[in-house]
Design a protein around this ligand. Structure first.
Ligand SMILES: Nc1ncnc2c1ncn2[C@@H]1O[C@H](COP(=O)(O)OP(=O)(O)OP(=O)(O)O)[C@@H](O)[C@H]1O
Ligand SMILES: [Mg+2]
Length: 428
């Protein structure tokens, strides 16, 4: 099974031991050839690679051994942060990187700017019209978005011109309420900020900036909050990558908010994720270790011990007192796990002739979780492990968990025979 434990903090995908990943399957890619790359990591690798190629540049900061830096990947949907330290080069002369803190992110990407614009347009023309345009005239709707994308990439001036699908808009307005676009603008609270001239809207700088404002503010607070984290407070080099890092206003706002830090937007900042992912695909060991975003564990029970367990959890089972639903840590949040680390756990059968075993994997957002039904602890997948050749004896299954990679994998083996167990994993 593979869980994609990515920096987005939410998305996790899985596959079964013998099968293909869902993504690989859908894309028709051989599973063995599919490697998941984390976006800020990929960008970091590319920036290092670029610096190494310019080895003669003595002013270069990034590729000094021991250099610590923050990579801020500003994309369309999210802003993702990773903190790396440059390690001495490996034998193959490729850079090596160590993660210094687990990845951090928020959903404040460039698309939020588009949404802000569409919201204002919806206020002027009516949300109904926007919905109708999407449904009846999708090409006009896409044209409008594309046009805004072009305007968004330009420097903001007093007058920002945006071409609109005027005929379509007027047709839709008439269909809905016998009006026209100019009246709609006049009746809106934006009448002094937006004017129409033929097929173009002229948007003033204040309104234009307001589309960017909330997203930039959220990016700034995310970076500011991250830079206050004790373990990484001393980091002063910040790299901006991803498409939205090309927006000058983001860089200005960050520099203003954090004047003592050095911000660099490397060459090809928008493409660095993509190019870095290709390098990572050739050598995944460039990243030597990663921090766990969550704690992972299984559910076990223990003989009840009043010193250790909450009284309310005391249960009688099989003639003795136990404490059920204990969170048994496999890895702990904030652990730095070297890539390729494997952790073994043994599980015993409960009864003779038992032919399968259920195993649930839980994740928690704390290092202190004690019980699997505590707040912040969730079951992420359930496994059915077949016991080969069931017998009267108690059997032991050894499960090996692989952590530190961009995916979490597990395999199960029956210890006496050494046979691997057929396992079906179900993602929840
Ligand atoms: N010059 C520019 N000025 C402003 N915004 C820009 C510029 N260039 C690209 N963008 C914005 O960057 C975003 C796309 O960035 P990128 O390609 O890194 O996103 P992504 O990787 O697809 O998204 P995510 O990382 O969130 O999954 C879009 O919102 C786009 O409008
Ligand atoms: Mg991205």
């Amino acid at each position: 099974m593979i869980l994609y434990d990515n920096e987005n903090l939410e998305q996790q995908r899985l596959k079964d031991v013998t099968g293909k990943t869902l993504a690989a399957l859908e894309a028709g890619i051989d599973d063995e050839k599919l490697v998941i790359a984390l976006e800020p990591e990929a960008a970091s690798i590319f920036c290092q690679y670029q610096e190494d190629k310019r080895a003669s540049n003595e002013r270069s900061l990034l590729n000094r051994t021991g250099q610590k830096y923050m990579i801020i990947d500003l994309g369309g949907g999210t802003a993702d942060i990773t903190i790396h330290e440059r390690q001495p080069k490996g034998d193959d002369k490729l850079p090596l990187l160590k993660e210094l803190h687990h990845a951090i992110g928020d959903d404040c990407g460039g698309t939020q700017v588009d949404n802000a614009f569409m919201e204002v347009l919806g206020e002027i023309l009516g949300q109904k019209l926007i919905t109708l345009m999407k449904k009846k005239q999708p090409s006009s709707y896409l044209e409008l978005l594309r046009e805004f994308e072009t305007v968004k990439r330009r420097e903001i001036t007093n007058k920002n011109y945006l071409r609109i699908p005027l005929v379509t808009i007027n047709e839709l307005i008439e269909e809905l309420e016998q009006e026209n676009i100019d009246n709609k603008i006049k009746m809106s609270k934006y009448k002094n900020q937006i004017k129409r001239n033929r097929e173009k809207l002229c948007i003033d700088d204040e309104l234009m900036k307001s589309f960017f404002g909330p997203t930039i503010e959220r990016i700034v607070s995310l970076v500011k909050d991250t830079s206050k984290i004790k373990a990484i407070r001393d980091i002063s080099l910040f790299l901006l990558v991803g498409g939205f890092s090309e927006c000058k206003n983001v860089l200005h706002a960050l520099k203003k908010a954090l004047p003592n830090k050095t911000f660099i937007v490397p060459e090809e900042a928008g493409l660095s994720v993509l190019k870095g992912a290709v390098i990572f695909g050739h050598k995944t060991s460039i990243i030597g270790s990663r921090f766990m975003i969550y704690s992972y564990g299984t559910k076990v029970f223990e003989p009840f011990d009043p010193e250790l367990h909450e009284m309310s959890r005391k249960k009688k089972a099989g003639g003795r007192y136990i404490c059920p639903k204990i969170f048994d840590f496999i890895v702990m949040k904030n652990d730095s796990v070297p890539v390729g680390t494997t952790i073994k756990r043994e599980y015993l059968t409960d009864e003779p002739q038992q032919n399968f075993m259920d195993l649930d994997l839980y994740k928690s957002d704390s290092e202190l979780t004690k019980y699997t039904n505590e707040e912040g602890c969730y079951r992420v997948c359930e496994a059915k492990i077949d016991i080969p050749d069931p017998s009267e004896e108690q059997r032991t299954v050894e499960v090996e968990y692989y952590f530190g990679d961009t995916e979490i994998r597990m395999t199960a083996v029956e210890t006496d025979s050494g046979k691997s167990c057929k396992t079906v994993w179900k993602f929840i």
